[in-house]
Ligand binder design. Structure first.
Ligand code: ATP
Ligand code: MG
Ligand code: MG
Ligand code: MG
Length: 467
């Protein structure tokens, strides 16, 4: 391919370095001292306090390639993996920032210049969105950059409330936020999906590649906003998404890096169909879980460690589905290091430990996986459309099946999970444990709504027994 992921990283950083930006290294996946955020979900996380004005840096322009994780917390894409061409749990975000220096005009013009002059994307394939009230950004796109008005879409508060918009970006429920302008690429009529703002915008034809956030506010816990000390710019472009375009493919999973991981996953599972969604899930999850271990997150039954456990077990279940009845997942680590160890030396340095941690978790889960799957299969054998909550709870409690894993299996079979029933079984056990004077445990519990769609997270003070 003309642009490997390594070429793209370098080209991006050089472009912004030439425009006065200080290149800053990726920060860890676990944010430092920030209880509002489970994982680093974007490039701006390490600059949060700079936006808020409580931290100062010796530069006012920065650029980075940031390792991000979107599983758990406000931005969660775990349920999208295996289903869309564009979502990962772990991904790399190319970003540039202005801390009270340049604002909308420079940000949008440089984005356009990089995409069309340097990466040579055909301008007639590009679309932009702006926050509905943002006339300034709209005019920059239409009058200064020259994007035809029919390809600049205003998006309002489309997520059910003031500032609940695709074009109002928030790091978490509180903290830095502001209106944004997103750039989309049209992969062409052979891919299903509609343009931004249309009813079928969720398809993979028009893919969002780059978000330019105009950071202006600090969101308060009560939903009101306070102005930041100075307007800032925060941008993020998904490396895998721009790589797909530059390598002439329609899916992130077809880029050089992912194809290598998918072939490795096929080798270890014995799968022969390289287009299997399970291989994509495994390829995605080895990145997330290996980088998490390298950043110090060990599988456990609470908080970040429980998210780590859920991702590992989900990957193992997909290997099991492909016919693999013994630990395989950890064997992908050398393949991952071959792809990403140069860009992320701490991954290469920790490779052995990563393998050991993943293998231990695999051995543990393989002890109960087969039995648990038999129970699940039996519960669904009569052609039910809903899995009873007490079965989901038994799988969770006795067989170590996180709810989202059970939900993932059920979703493949078009079956819903009775989440309310699961919760009441959980609650009942909690009360029994409390009566018996057992200890406290803080669990991150995943939720699936009645239509079997993931809807959010809840922290539970569960007095439950540890399996
Ligand atoms: P989408 O609407 O496609 O879910 P987003 O609006 O949630 O993306 P942003 O929060 O704006 O994404 O993040 C900035 C950029 O990071 C996106 O424009 C996209 O290129 C990339 N990106 C976001 N989420 C993912 C993901 N799960 N996997 C890969 N790249 C992503
Ligand atoms: Mg998203
Ligand atoms: Mg979006
Ligand atoms: Mg976006």
């Amino acid at each position: 391919p003309m642009f490997s992921v390594a070429d793209i990283r370098r080209t991006f950083l050089d472009f912004f370095a030439q425009r006065g930006h200080t290149v800053v290294p990726s920060s860890p996946l676990v944010p430092a001292n920030d209880p509002t955020l489970m994982f680093t979900n974007s490039g701006m996380v390490q600059f949060k306090d700079v936006f808020l004005g409580t931290d100062k840096r010796p530069y006012v322009r920065a650029a980075s390639v940031q390792a991000c994780l979107r599983a758990g917390g406000k931005h969660n894409d775990l349920e999208n993996v295996g289903y869309t061409a564009r979502h990962h749990t772990f991904f790399e975000m190319l970003g540039n920032w202005s801390f009270g220096d340049y604002f909308k005009r420079e940000s949008l013009k440089w984005a356009w210049e990089l995409l069309t002059d340097v990466f040579r994307l055909p301008p007639d394939r590009l679309w932009a969105t702006v926050y509905h009230e943002d006339d300034e950004a709209y005019d920059i796109w239409t009058k200064e950059i020259g994007l035809p008005p029919e390809r600049v879409v205003r998006i309002g508060d489309n997520k059910g409330g003031k500032y609940q918009s695709d074009n109002f970006w928030m790091m978490a429920d509180t903290g830095p936020c502001g209106p944004c302008s997103e750039i989309f690429y049209d992969h062409g009529p052979e891919v299903p999906g509609g343009p931004p703002g249309s009813p079928d915008a969720d398809g993979d034809r028009y893919i969002e590649i780059w978000n330019n956030v105009f950071m202006q506010f600090d969101m308060q816990p009560d939903g009101s906003v306070r102005p930041l000390p100075a307007p800032c710019v925060d941008t993020g472009m998904g490396l895998e998404r721009i790589a797909a375009i530059l390598q002439g493919v329609h899916s992130n999973y077809e880029i050089d890096l992912f194809q290598a991981l998918i072939r490795a996953a096929a080798r270890e599972t014995g799968a022969t169909d390289l287009n299997s969604p399970s291989l994509r899930v495994i390829a995605d999850h080895i990145r997330a879980t290996a980088f998490l271990v390298a950043d110090g997150v060990i599988p456990s039954n609470e908080g970040r460690g429980y998210v780590q456990r859920r991702i590992i077990r989900r990957a193992i279940r997909h290997g099991y589905k492909l016919g693999r009845k013994a630990p395989f997942f950890h064997k992908l680590v050398p393949d991952l290091v071959a792809q990403m160890g140069e860009a992320y030396p701490h991954l290469a340095a920790n490779a052995q430990r990563v393998m050991d941690v993943l293998r231990a978790e695999e051995e543990r889960f393989y002890e109960t996986l087969e039995h648990g799957m038999a129970i699940l299969d039996a519960a669904l054998a009569g052609g039910q459309t809903t899995l009873p909550g007490d079965v989901a709870f038994k799988l969770h409690d006795t067989y170590g099946f996180p709810l989202d894993l059970t939900n993932d299996v059920c979703r493949e079979r078009g079956v819903a999970v009775d989440v309310a029933g699961f919760e009441s079984a959980m609650q009942q056990q909690r009360e029994q444990a409390r009566a018996a004077g057992k200890f406290k445990m803080d669990r991150v519990l995943d939720y699936a709504g009645p239509d079997n769609r993931f809807v959010g997270y809840e922290h539970l003070q569960a007095q439950a027994k540890v399996v």
